[in-house]
Design a protein around this ligand. Structure first.
Ligand SMILES: NC(=O)c1ccc[n+]([C@@H]2O[C@H](COP(=O)([O-])OP(=O)(O)OC[C@H]3O[C@@H](n4cnc5c(N)ncnc54)[C@H](OP(=O)(O)O)[C@@H]3O)[C@@H](O)[C@H]2O)c1
Length: 231
């Protein structure tokens, strides 16, 4: 059985991705605070912001991983704050890193031991993994670091038959975007893609599925942003 382990499949890109993999017959295990609404998904309640979140999940995750023919581990959940380089405290920065980086590392450490050749570790980045905009400081910093983690994963797993990539979505129609962008600004945000629209979560899900089954892209940063218009 092929197995997807994903964080943040209760909503948005994660939910669409869980649906995409399940449609191709993969067993899906999700970690998030709210349940994944899809029938048949193994939901493990977990809060990635809690340093010991993995303690309670170690056993059920190893059950989900053991005996899998191939595993796709997708680090999708993340935290986005409105903050700036001038006023972010170390505590705030640490709290964002806990979800966006430290929990990712903890999951890798557990899962890699169980991952057979033919598996994949995919990181969901952002256009802000490679550039910065004002007032998304801790997110920009952590997404840049995620690219470094992906590249280091590629190098450290040489010879294991596990490939990795960072898929960087542009503006995608999800809760996270709606929480960050005021409704009146949404049309102009949609206009920042060359297609003049937001990306659908399903389009990112399809890209993640493709990346999971194509090891040739090992170590790649993939832009999935409909052609972001730079002004
Ligand atoms: N939407 C965009 O425009 C956009 C653009 C670029 C990159 N991205 C990236 O795409 C990924 C998915 O974002 P999205 O837009 O789909 O966001 P979303 O709709 O807000 O979903 C975020 C998911 O992350 C989970 N999550 C957040 N904090 C968590 C925590 N502490 N513990 C466990 N789970 C947590 C949420 O689950 P619970 O709330 O149930 O815990 C939810 O399932 C993120 O990495 C984001 O940075 C999004």
């Amino acid at each position: 059985m092929k197995t997807l382990i994903i964080t943040g499949a209760s909503a948005g890109i994660g939910l669409a991705t869980a649906r995409r993999f399940a449609a191709s017959g993969w067993a899906v295990t999700n970690i998030s605070r709210r349940p994944c609404p899809l029938e048949g998904v193994n939901h493990l309640r977990g809060d990635l912001s809690a340093p010991g979140f993995l303690d309670a999940l170690r056993k059920p995750l190893s059950v989900a991983l053991q005996g899998a023919d191939a595993v796709a581990l997708i680090h999708n959940a993340s935290r986005l704050l409105n903050d700036s380089a001038a006023d972010t405290s170390s505590e705030q920065l640490r709290a964002v890193f806990e979800v966006n980086l430290v929990a990712v590392n903890a999951l890798n450490r557990l899962a890699i031991a169980w991952m057979p050749s033919g598996s994949a570790i995919l990181y969901v980045g952002s256009t802000l993994a490679e550039k910065a905009v004002p007032n998304s400081y801790s997110y920009v910093v952590s997404k840049h670091a995620l690219v470094g983690m992906m590249r280091a994963t590629c190098q450290d797993l040489v010879g294991r038959g596990i490939h990795t990539a960072c898929i960087c979505p542009g503006f995608t129609d999800t809760e996270m975007l709606r929480a960050h962008v005021p409704a009146q600004a949404m049309p102009s945000v949609a206009g920042m893609s060359a297609y003049g629209r937001l990306i659908e979560p399903e389009e990112i899900a399809e890209t993640l599925f493709w990346a999971a089954v194509n090891p040739v892209i090992n170590g790649a940063v993939l832009h999935a942003n409909l052609g972001q218009v730079e002004r």
